[in-house]
Design a protein around this ligand. Sequence first.
Ligand code: ADP
Ligand code: MG
Length: 696
Amino acid sequence: MEKITDYFGSMVFDDRVMKAKLPEKIYKSLKETIDKGTPLDSTVANSVAAAMKDWAIEHGATHYTHWFQPLTGLTAEKHDSFITPAPDGRVIMEFSGKELVKGEPDASSFPSGGLRATFEARGYTAWDPTSYAFIKDGTLYIPTAFCSYTGEALDKKVPLLRSMDAINRQALRILKLFGNDNIKVVKTSVGPEQEYFLVPAELYAQRKDLIMSGRTLFGAMPPKGQELEDHYFGSIKQKVSEYMADLDKELWKLGILAKTKHNEVAPAQHELAPIYSTTNIAADHNQLTMEVMQKIAKKHGLVCLLHEKPFAGVNGSGKHNNWSISTDTGINLLSPGETPHENAQFLLFLAAVIKAVDDYQDLLRLSVATAGNDHRLGANEAPPAVISIFLGDELTSVLDSIENDTPYDGTKKERMQLGVDVLPKFRKDTTDRNRTSPFAFTGNKFEFRMLGSSNSISCANIHLNAAVAEVLRQFSDELEQSEDFNSALHELIRRTIKNHKRIIFNGNGYDKAWIVEAEKRGLLNLKTTADAMPKICDKKNIDMLTSHGIFTETEIYSRRDIMLDNYVKAVNIEALTMIDMARKEIIPAVTKFTADTASAVAAKTGVVSVACKYEKRLITTLSDLTDEMDEDTSALEGAVAELRNIEDIIKASEFVRDNILPKMDTLRVAADKVETVTSEDYWPFPTYDKLLFGVK
Ligand code: ADP
Ligand code: MG
């Protein structure tokens, strides 16, 4: 049997390979670039390119691609082969430093929100040496950033790197104040837990809605759903287990630290979690994980659904973004330390996150807003659309004590004195209340749980890093001016808790009463993408994001437009698919069933004189429901036609929210009702019970 340790990372041009393949001087210089961000010169690039090419060819690659993350949310790639004609008619394999460092994809069809039209027709990709190149399907993949020629970011990686840079700069200022002069770099890390569904491929192929939109647009609940919760952490079925084993192996070859796998709450739902890594690498790896998940599923006769809400009435899929900040000296800044000094530093970073989440609730909410995720947030399973922070009772009581100068627990009489006292040891809170929180402190990291399963984690982390960087900037500005550091620190933390404690909520986030309470506290409840997305252009957000160099103002407007456009397009496709399925599949099937039932009545009454009460009632019900479906479909058709005439993207998104989505819901109600009274033999596509329980 092959050993994991032998093939782990075998398809990655990682540090081991670099060290072995590069001349020592070149290796050192590349390491500098990777660790400290020093610019890369062309000799180094040429040498790295040559080594990469030789290594890739040894591993069976024939092509290379600049791999990037355009604003569609997917990844993009264009493959070029290494071949170059030689004078004698043969070919040689070539790959230069220039080709490694910069690429020019024909980018005209990627969304740019008008950026390219305003500036320059083409964009270019630039190598991100901090994320390792790898081989997949015979191609060398080079992780890259995607910009316009005038430097505007056309992707999700550029702003993510900028946000990491911003938090690095501001955190270093704070750390200096605590006397940590040896720390050179601060980085954020993320471990994204990924949820997904698996359904049999042959059933998937019979559902236009799954194919077109990734979710079921029709479907009545089966007799058994998830109410027994017997699937959660239950034993994994043979077929799924084989899939997971194969998936792990593929991911390990690509150097992805796939760690845990288990069943989730809903039937057919599963989760994969990697070991955390530096944020931009975690983002690349998560994109790659999603791709590989889907590819491997096909090999097993399955389809992997990454949609946030593939089935109504059953839990949706999300992604938990476990996030922390740490130093190059190995200190996790969100870990309460061992000494009073470390504790004080921890409390300051904690206060910064609390204020950041409160001040920028809107940015966090909109960073996860998509048509798919709207079905999840606020429903009774996922975090609500309202953002709040779970700290747990112990840590909350420490903060109370700081705010009110009161003792923080029954055993100790004194108040909490920063820089003098040691914090009590917190137990990791794993209660249900914790699991319902959109943003929970879990001992030494925060877990942001609102991300949808198909979201790129970049967006959430850009805004989270940016918001925290901004608060650290404000804190540094204040503390750098102080005469007595310890008392200024105490005062700052106390004031921050006082002003921002409304964002802390340790109760059950699924409780309806919480939404009422949150409103009293003045917290935002941005229910849909149409409500959330325009907020990115609020002055306070533009000011903050531009001041840290994370986005330009133009980039912000373009992002708003692209995200709203994605929302409108996604729902429009769903509406058209519903119309198609209703008119061409459901209504004809039900009509046929009705007609056959009527023939049965005729056949029966032709023989004997019977009332046929059951059949006649059924025929009436079926006819009424098909009439209803026909009317609902016409209403939806009308709304879709109207949407076509709305030019303004904000108006279009509001129309989708207020007109299209409600009409889709109405049509679905009628269709799902008719499903429950139609013979299974007539129903035109696989129903929920087969999809959810079909994998053996
Ligand atoms: P929990 O039980 O709180 O969900 P786990 O240990 O199962 O925590 O980890 C969940 C995810 O969080 C994993 O991907 C893990 O690698 C990641 N994680 C653990 N520690 C950190 C950290 N300091 N920073 C970021 N992510 C982390
Ligand atoms: Mg978790």
